[in-house]
Design a protein around this ligand. Structure first.
Ligand code: AMP
Ligand code: MG
Length: 299
């Protein structure tokens, strides 16, 4: 196991910040039950207080202990998809500070499928609140090096676990009052509906008016303008890069997601005037990727 693990767990226990790998992206973690520690996350990221954090657990029992209500749908989904890239939003227990949930009465819970993340939560003996380990609105980090570049010494320790396999953030699903998809991800709507039946779509309910807290239109963005294009229609001016699945990007959503942020980080360093990304297929399996690209795109 990682030689820094004990030190990292001690830092978490003392209210400090540790960046750690999960299977999705690197998280910027702090003791979810300590309001001062949680406040440090917002300060380090420059994240608005209105954006709730996902609380990471290492066991089902820990998840249940943090939930004021743990519906049967949560039980079914956790049994099938945890550990994994699925966040379940349920009513919270008062021990979770309001700062962690942006004042909401609910909390997003997730058990990450990464041995180092699970070991850290276990060793710290407390649930760990963690958004992605980058400055607000920037691209999420998929390597320790990305974290270092974005946060530098704003983080007390970075646990290096290599690159993160899934590559985009978790699917976020609210379970009460009725199942509602808040953010698509690599666990698809179909897979969720197969287990618990009909799921509402946030966008269908409420086109633009009322995004879920923290679902800012601009997010996940490289500094270089990103354009979503069709049929290779590139800008007439400037020097740029063109990404297209099946050409220079993988042709299946799983491998595409895994490669996406590291590719964008690399292109962002190359000083291009634009990055043009061919719009991926309008299919359920690509929904998470399409969502991130839309929000990464320059309006
Ligand atoms: P991230 O921004 O990647 O840290 O993911 C956290 C996202 O999960 C937030 O921006 C929200 O969209 C969503 N989320 C977390 N907790 C809640 C909650 N209690 N209610 C609604 N959405 C939540
Ligand atoms: Mg983020």
């Amino acid at each position: 196991m990682n030689p820094d693990l004990d030190k990292a767990a001690a830092l978490i226990r003392s209210g400090r910040l540790v960046a750690f790998p999960t299977e999705t992206v690197y998280g910027l973690g702090a003791d979810a039950l300590n309001p001062e520690a949680v406040a440090r996350i917002f300060a380090a990221k420059g994240r608005p207080a209105s954006s709730p954090l996902i609380v990471h657990v290492s066991s089902l029992q820990m998840a249940r202990s943090l939930a004021a209500e743990w519906p049967q749908t949560a039980e079914l989904l956790a049994a099938r998809h945890w550990p994994g890239p699925l966040t379940l939003v349920v009513p919270k227990q008062p021990q979770i500070p309001d700062a962690a949930t942006a004042g909401l009465p609910t909390v997003g819970l997730r058990m990450p499928a990464h041995p180092l993340a699970l070991a850290l939560i276990e060793a710290a003996g407390t649930p760990i609140a963690a958004p992605s380990a980058n400055r607000f609105t920037q691209l999420s980090p998929t390597s320790a090096e990305h974290v270092r570049k974005s946060l530098g010494d704003r983080v007390d320790l970075i646990l290096d676990g290599g690159s993160t396999p899934v590559g985009i953030e978790s699917t976020v699903l609210a379970l009460t009052p009725k199942p509602t998809l808040l953010r698509p991800g690599m666990i698809s709507l179909e897979e969720i509906e197969a287990l618990i039946g009909n799921v509402e779509l946030l966008s269908a309910l409420n086109p633009e008016a009322h995004p879920a807290p923290g679902l800012h239109a601009r997010h996940y963005s490289p500094r270089t303008p990103l354009l979503l294009v069709r049929d290779g229609q590139l800008p007439a001016t400037g020097r740029g890069a063109y990404l297209s699945s099946g050409a220079n990007m993988p042709d299946n959503p799983r491998d595409y997601a895994s490669a996406l942020y590291s590719t964008l980080h690399r292109l962002d360093e190359a000083g291009y005037d634009w990055i043009a990304v061919e719009e991926p297929p309008d299919q359920a399996s690509w929904a998470g990727i399409r969502d991130r690209l839309k929000r990464a795109a320059t309006p």
